[in-house]
Design a protein around this ligand. Structure first.
Ligand code: GDP
Ligand code: IMO
Ligand code: MG
Length: 433
């Protein structure tokens, strides 16, 4: 029995969905614990592509239990749509296979409206470039203690009362401050009562479900969303998301204690991408950046936006190792680097004449950071066919070794393509060494 957390080490989109799908083969229970449908996790199985925003990426295995913890902000329409899409593909997800926390906060239409209107009201340079899914405003309400939770859907009177209280305040802000249109409480009530009917049987106390699974000797896999540099506390604030994206969030976002986590895996793309606004020291606005974007097919899985691309950033990686207590790396998209020679890795920043080994806290300092690079020899062979480390050219193995040296931890998996088969599993993190 083991509990393993998988998190993103960069600005999201590292390939967490694929890694979770692979590790689900060794797990019994898969849990999402933070974020919401700002996440877009892609799996390619049997030549077919699946993108999950809310449902854990373990759902394609029929005998596994998937859980959505209290730390997730849940848009019921999106969840129902994901369930419907799976049904269209012949997977009718029963309440035995998916359980949702009663404590999870619900994304309401006014959260989306506020997300859009707040972004629209910001001047150029101040826009965060959110996914527009209402994530920030929903977490704001959670912290303000006026949020509506899944359990509130069960009692229509409680739901109506909370909705009416909220809508008075939100409509005031929307119309008077943000000059946006007001929303109608009656229409929202009817819409959400429909969702309640569909979802009520999925609700559970996820803390207890996880605890019982653990006591029954099950392997539990925690699926992070976003990445360490998007963490509300530790990321490149204010250009971050509104939740803690680091491994500790697996505990608060499901209701288990930190002593029950056995290993933490950090997913690290072999280069760096960022979607949305905010500082990105190793960004490449040149042919190499364009090449990474094209070969890596770097478009956001949620919004379709073009992802910004750059060299691997060792400062970002070392932050992720420390913040998450990483035990292992899963290196993804190594295949995308074939044909680029030399390859560079940033090992520190030069900020106003000082050498920095950690991401500065002040946004002006991050923007002033000049990356200091180490050159690595590239390779020309395509890697997609590699099924063991022995199939790799020496330069690719040396690149992996350099990443391990910078991170100070070993690699448990190397991914050389989007599909399940294009994977080299070096070490199963559920097996204690
Ligand atoms: P996530 O948000 O961390 O789950 O990552 P996304 O799904 O948003 O983005 C990762 C993208 O890279 C997806 O399109 C994956 O199918 C793809 N991908 C994952 N691993 C690899 C890999 O090793 N090589 C290539 N070429 N693509 C990969
Ligand atoms: P996955 O799980 C990449 C980014 C947005 C924006 C910022 C805030 O697929 O890796 P939000 O809507 O959360 O308020 O937006 O965070 N962002 C992501 N970027 N991958 C994600 O998730 C992201 N989720 C949010 O682009 O810059
Ligand atoms: Mg993604």
């Amino acid at each position: 029995m083991s509990s393993v957390v998988v998190v993103g080490t960069q600005w999201g989109d590292e390939g967490k969905g694929k890694i979770v799908d692979i590790l689900t083969g060794h797990a019994d229970v898969i849990v999402r614990f933070q974020g919401g449908n700002n996440a877009g996790h892609t799996l390619v199985v049997g030549g077919e592509k699946f993108i999950f925003h809310l449902i854990p990426s373990g759902i394609l295995y029929e005998d596994k239990l998937c859980l959505i913890g209290n730390g997730v902000v849940l848009d019921p329409a999106v969840l129902i749509e994901e369930l419907e899409r799976l049904k269209d593909k012949g997977m009718d997800i029963s309440t035995k296979r998916l359980r949702i926390s009663q404590n999870a906060h619900i994304i309401m239409p006014y959260h989306r409206a506020l997300d859009y209107a707040k972004e629209a009201s910001k001047s150029h340079g101040k826009k965060i470039g959110t996914t527009g899914r209402g994530i920030g405003p929903c977490y704001e309400d959670k912290a303000s203690r006026c949020g509506i939770r899944m359990a509130d859907l069960v009692d229509s009177n409680v739901f109506r009362e909370k909705l009416e209280e909220n809508i008075r305040e939100k409509n005031f802000i929307l119309t008077e401050f943000l000059k946006a249109s007001p929303l109608d409480a009656g229409a929202i009530y009817n819409e959400y009562m429909g969702y309640a009917e569909r979802l009520v049987n999925f609700m559970d106390n996820i803390s207890i479900v996880v605890d019982e699974a653990r006591k029954a000797g099950k392997n539990i896999l925690f699926e992070g969303a976003q990445g360490a540099q998007l963490d509300i506390d530790h990321g490149t604030y204010p250009f971050v998301t509104s939740s803690n994206t680091i491994a500790g969030s697996a505990c608060t976002g499901t209701g288990i204690g930190p002593s029950k986590i056995d290993a933490v895996v950090g997913v690290c793309k072999a280069y760096t991408t960022r979607v949305g606004a905010g500082p990105f020291p190793t960004e490449l606005n040149d042919d190499i950046g364009a090449r990474l974007q094209k070969k890596g097919v770097e478009f956001g899985a949620t919004t379709g936006r073009r992802r910004r691309c750059g060299w691997l950033d060792g400062v970002v990686l070392q932050d992720a190792v420390r913040l998450n207590g990483l035990d292992y790396l899963a290196i993804t998209k190594l295949d995308v680097l074939s044909g680029i020679d030399p390859i560079k890795i940033c090992t520190s920043y030069e900020v106003n004449g000082h050498r920095r080994l950690a991401m500065p806290v002040n946004i002006n300092e991050i923007e002033a950071a000049t990356p200091v690079y180490q050159g690595c020899k590239g390779w020309h062979e395509e890697l997609k066919g590699a099924r063991s480390l022995d199939d790799m050219p020496k330069a690719a193995l040396d690149y992996i070794k350099t990443i391990e040296e910078i991170a100070g931890i070993p690699t448990m998996l190397v991914s050389v393509g989007p599909s399940r088969e294009e994977t080299i599993l070096v070490k199963n993190p559920f097996e204690r060494s």
